[in-house]
Design a protein around this ligand. Sequence first.
Ligand SMILES: N[C@@H](CCC(=O)N[C@@H](CS)C(=O)NCC(=O)O)C(=O)O
Length: 219
Amino acid sequence: MLLGPGPERVDTGTGTSGQNHSDDFVQVNPLRKVPALKDGDFTLAESVAILLYLARKYEAPDHWYPQGLQARARVDEYLSWQHTAVRMSCTRAMWQKMMFPVFLGQRVPPETLANTLAELDRCLQLLEDKFLKDQDFLAGPRISVADLVAITELMHPVSAGCDIFKSRPKLAAWRQRVEAAVGEDLFREAHAVIMKAKDLPPADTAVKERLKPLAQLFL
Ligand SMILES: N[C@@H](CCC(=O)N[C@@H](CS)C(=O)NCC(=O)O)C(=O)O
């Protein structure tokens, strides 16, 4: 998708379309994952690297990715932690609760799902205790890219029907602050694709075969 004179986004979705395996896409991201960015002749993979590139390129206001040594280290700390914690738990919960049964037509044993949801709950507790604490945002008093990355991950189980904010008023208040800070419309737009994932038509045999190696990671 061409976004005017700025960087081109070549796939904004979940990767289920298979576009990420096309020859054109592989030119941009040989890792075959979304998101990927093409800015003129420059190509870049990895969501966090892309976000930081855009923050620097467009000289985003300091609070997004602060210059201060320790303030920036706090953001980096969250971004480093989240890949194997929040991201893994949220993605696994979404796949087990929705993608396997609804999209792939594959049953997930109830005890597997229960373990995954328990792990997600532990992870959310760490998110509150270690990062959010009594602050307004994850890395301090102002919103940063850490909050954007976190909310994006948390909306994955939400899209699958997990009401992760229900018993977590502190996290729910943070979610409201993030939505208010980015604006309701942008918040909705940013999560539109994932919130519609439950409406995907069931995968055909070819798609199921293609997604097999990926899906195994989430069982
Ligand atoms: N560490 C990468 C992960 C990218 C990733 O796993 N993307 C998923 C969608 S969220 C994807 O491309 N899935 C399709 C596939 O693996 O074929 C990042 O943060 O950008």
